[in-house]
Design a protein around this ligand. Structure first.
Ligand code: PEP
Length: 252
């Protein structure tokens, strides 16, 4: 049985003061009781990892884990500005998002680089959250499954059965930050297609890997999305910034 996992992605938002107040509200809310058998995490900007790790320890270590939003594809060396996976591990990260569409779009990240980053994350004992998803044009021209299959096949080629220790986040680009959520059935269809593709490689990997949905998840659509058999939780952008909305999605 795969656990339901809800992961917030603050993107480039936050401040020392607002982070402290977010953790206070979310951890206090979680202490009131959360559905059993679920996992929760929040991926914060790199400069705030140490602060947020401390905030989690101060408030409620049992409920919430920490994650990062990106990582270097290299382990150490002359890569100015990059952050190594070993450094994220030292800062108590459990999850690392790799291949978010904003990084693919603004930083020209390729599927090969995304797979190298995922390997770094795995080698350092953390869970990569590998993002895939099609653009509006690709969906409108009926190529969404072909595009996502292409992204997944590059990950399979590099990661092989280590994919069982990864999470995949299906995030249609047209739904990210736009308020246009994929219908629960649309998301389920793509999650099912991803699982079938993984099963072509290895049935065991396919049944173990958690596939999260991301793209304008809000408290009012989370219940329907999370009820789908191949949707194992969510990667939550904008709504994760509001503690009450994030809590409501975690409880959905
Ligand atoms: C994201 O950034 O991963 C995301 C899904 O954003 P939003 O929830 O704002 O669409």
């Amino acid at each position: 049985m795969r656990p339901l996992i809800v992961i917030g992605n603050w993107k480039m938002n936050g401040s020392l003061a607002s982070n402290a107040s977010w953790f206070k509200s979310v951890c206090r809310g979680m202490e009131q009781g959360m559905p059993a058998g679920r996992k929760y995490a929040v991926c914060v900007p790199t400069p705030y990892l140490a602060q947020c790790s401390q905030l989690i320890q101060d408030h409620s270590p049992a409920f919430l884990s920490l994650g990062a939003q990106d990582v270097s594809a290299f382990s150490v060396g002359a890569y100015t500005g990059e952050v190594a996976a070993s450094m994220l591990r030292e800062l108590d990260c459990t999850y690392v998002i790799v291949g978010h569409s904003e990084r693919r779009q603004y930083h020209r990240e390729t599927d090969e680089q995304v797979a190298e980053k995922a390997l770094q994350v795995l080698d350092n004992g953390m869970t990569p959250v590998i993002c895939v998803g099609e653009s509006a044009d690709e969906r409108n021209s009926g190529r969404e499954v072909e595009v996502v299959r292409g992204q997944i096949s590059k990950q399979v080629a590099v990661l092989q059965d280590r994919l069982a220790d990864c999470l995949i986040a299906y995030e249609p680009i047209w739904a990210i930050g736009t308020g246009k959520v994929a219908s629960a059935q649309m998301a389920q269809d793509m999650h099912h297609a991803i699982r079938l593709q993984l099963a072509e490689f290895d049935e065991d990997v396919a049944s173990h890997v958690g596939i999260l949905y991301g793209g304008s998840v809000k408290p009012d659509n989370a219940v329907e999305l999370f009820a789908m058999p191949d949707i194992d939780g969510g990667l939550i952008g904008g709504a994760s910034l509001n503690p009450q909305d994030f809590l409501a999605i975690c409880q959905a």
